[in-house]
Design a protein around this ligand. Structure first.
Ligand code: 5AD
Ligand code: SF4
Length: 469
C-alpha cells in the first residue's frame, strides 16, 4: 500500500522529470470483460480530461460504459479537492454507493483524482470507508489497469497513491468526449503554492510535456478533423520552465498556431508568468482565440501578498490593460472572497478592481479552508455570513458587467463553432464565439462541427441568442 504524504508532496527538487510510456499487461485486458463501469467526474477540465484517459483504459481492460450507476459492476469517482463543497459531493456519492453495495456485494467502488492525493481523505477511507475497494492518485493514473486488477484479484482494499514528484507519461489511451473539441495537456502540477490552494499538493511538481509530443498530438487531432484544442495546465504560462530546451509558452503557442488547427484555447494563466511576447503571439495568430482566463483572486495588494500571488493590484491592471488592447479580447477571472484577514476595505478594493476591469466572465468563490495549506494557519478568519454577503455583493456587480459585455455584441456577426444541439431545446443549435461566449440559434444538424457566421440578436447575462447568416 502506498499512502499520500504531504511532506513528500511539498518537496520540489531540480531533478529532471522522467518521461515514461504507458503500458498495459496482456492479462489486464481480460479483467473487465462482460462488466460495466460508471465514471463520475468532479471538478476542472484537467479532471475531465483525466476521465477521458480513464474511460479508454477501462475499455482496454474490457469494461463497457454505462450511464446508469445501478447497472454498473465498477463505479469510479474522479474527485476534486479545490473547495469543501467538492469534497461533500464525493462523500455524498460514497454514502449512496455504500447502500448499493449492501445489496450488490460484488460491486467494485474506487476513488481517484485529487481527493485521493489528500492524506486526510485516504486516512478516512482506510478507517471509515473500508468497503471502498481501491484508490489511486493523480500521479499514477496510468497504473489504473494494474491497481484495479489487483483490487479485484486479491479481493481486498488496494490503496496506491504516490506523492513523489511524479513523471510525465505519454501514450495513455484516450476516449475523447467530443469529436470537435479536444483537450491537450501541456503541463502537469503547479509550483506556485498560493497559500490557499491544495493543487500543488494534489497535482505535484510542475512538469511540462516535451513540445514535440504536444505538437504531434495537435497535428494528429487536426488530421482527425478536430476544430479546436484547449491547451491545459494549472498554470500554462509556466510551460517549459522546468525543461532545459529554452522553449516556452510563447514558442509553443506559435508552433501550435502554425499547425493550422482552426481554434486554439489555453487555460489557466497565472499573471506572474505572462510575458509581452506571449501577448504578441496571441495578437498575431487568428487561430489563437482572443480569450484569456486571468485569475486575479483579490483586488487588494495586501491580501494578494497573504495569498502568495506574487503580483500587486497595479501589476495585474498593467497586464490586463495590455491584453485589453488586443481587438475583441475577452478576459475572464477567478475571485476569492473572505480570505483570512480580508477587511471591508480590502473587499471594496476587489469591487473597485472589478469595476475597472469589467470582466467578460468570472468565477467567484468563498474562501474554503484546505487542510495542510498555509492559509489555514492565518489569523482573522472572516465569519461565514460576512463571506456570503460579500459574495452576493460581488456577484451582483459582476453579473451586470457580463450583461454589458454581451450587449456590446448585439447586431454584430461572429464566427461560431457549432458544438451540438442546444440543451435547452428552445433553439436547435448552440456553439461558441471566438471569445468563448455561448450562443444559441436555429440551424440544420449538418452544421454541427462546422464554423459558421451567426448574428447576435439577443444578449442575456450568461448567453446570447442569434441567427444564422
Ligand atoms: N477556496 C476558495 N477558492 C479556491 N480556489 C482555489 N483554492 C481555493 C480555496 N481554498 C479558486 C481560485 C482558483 C480556482 C480554480 O479556484 O480562485 O483560481
Ligand atoms: Fe493553485 Fe496558485 Fe497553482 Fe493556481 S497557480 S493551481 S491557484 S497554487
Amino acid at each position: 500500500m502506498n499512502k499520500p504524504n504531504y511532506q513528500e508532496a511539498r518537496v520540489r527538487t531540480k531533478n529532471k522529470v522522467n518521461v515514461r510510456h504507458y503500458e498495459i499487461e496482456e492479462s489486464a485486458k481480460q479483467v473487465g470483460i462482460g462488466k460495466k463501469y460508471y465514471l463520475r467526474t468532479y471538478g476542472c477540465q484537467m479532471n475531465e480530461h483525466d476521465s477521458e484517459n480513464i474511460c479508454a483504459m477501462l475499455e482496454q481492460m474490457g469494461f463497457t460504459e454505462t450511464n446508469d450507476v445501478k447497472d454498473a459492476d465498477l463505479v469510479l469517482l474522479n474527485t476534486c479537492s479545490i473547495r469543501e463543497n467538492a469534497h461533500n459531493k464525493a462523500y455524498g456519492m460514497l454514502g449512496r454507493l455504500k447502500h448499493m453495495k449492501a445489496t450488490k456485494k460484488d460491486l467494485i467502488v474506487g476513488l481517484c483524482g485529487c481527493m485521493a492525493q489528500e492524506e486526510g481523505v485516504v486516512n478516512t477511507i482506510l478507517t471509515k470507508y473500508k468497503w471502498v475497494n481501491f484508490a489511486f492518485g493523480t500521479h499514477n493514473l496510468d497504473k489504473l489497469p494494474e491497481i484495479i486488477t489487483k483490487a479485484i484479484e486479491e479481493n481486498k482494499q488496494n490503496i496506491d497513491v504516490v506523492s513523489e514528484e511524479g513523471d510525465v507519461v505519454e501514450d495513455i489511451p484516450v476516449k475523447r468526449a467530443s469529436t470537435i473539441k479536444a483537450y491537450v495537456n501541456i503541463i502537469y502540477g503547479c509550483d506556485k503554492f498560493c497559500t490557499y490552494c491544495i493543487v500543488p499538493y494534489t497535482r505535484g511538481k510542475q512538469r511540462s510535456r516535451r513540445h514535440q509530443d504536444i505538437l504531434k498530438e495537435v497535428n494528429e487531432l487536426k488530421d482527425e478533423g478536430y476544430q479546436e484544442v484547449t491547451l491545459l495546465g494549472q498554470n500554462v504560462n509556466a510551460y517549459g520552465k522546468d525543461l532545459d530546451d529554452n522553449y516556452g509558452m510563447e514558442d509553443l503557442l506559435e508552433d501550435v498556431a502554425k499547425t493550422g488547427i482552426p481554434r486554439i484555447r489555453f487555460v489557466t494563466s497565472h499573471p506572474w508568468d505572462f510575458t509581452d511576447r506571449m501577448i504578441e503571439v496571441i495578437a498575431k495568430y487568428p487561430n489563437i482565440m482572443k480569450s484569456v482566463h486571468l485569475p486575479v483572486q483579490s483586488g487588494s495588494s495586501r491580501i494578494l501578498k497573504l495569498m502568495g500571488r506574487r503580483y500587486t493590484k497595479e501589476e495585474y491592471i498593467s497586464l490586463f490593460d495590455k491584453l485589453r488592447k488586443i481587438p475583441n479580447m475577452h478576459i475572464s477571472t477567478d475571485i476569492i472572497v473572505g480570505f483570512p484577514g480580508e477587511t471591508e476595505e480590502d473587499f471594496e478594493e476587489t469591487l473597485a478592481l472589478a469595476k475597472y476591469c469589467k470582466f467578460d466572465n468570472a468565477y467567484t468563490f468563498i474562501f474554503s479552508e484546505r487542510e495542510g495549506t498555509p492559509a489555514c494557519k492565518l489569523p482573522n478568519k472572516v465569519p461565514e455570513e460576512v463571506k456570503e454577503e460579500r459574495l452576493q455583493r460581488l456577484n451582483a456587480v459582476m453579473n451586470q458587467y457580463f450583461l454589458e459585455s454581451n450587449q456590446k455584441l448585439l447586431d454584430k456577426e461572429f464566427n461560431v463553432l457549432v458544438d451540438g444541439k442546444n440543451e435547452t431545446g428552445k433553439t436547435s443549435l448552440s456553439g461558441y464565439l471566438e471569445n468563448n461566449k455561448l450562443i444559441n440559434f436555429d440551424g440544420p444538424d449538418e452544421l454541427v462541427g462546422k464554423i459558421v457566421k451567426v448574428k447576435v440578436t439577443e444578449a442575456k447575462t450568461w448567453s446570447l441568442n442569434g441567427k444564422l447568416v
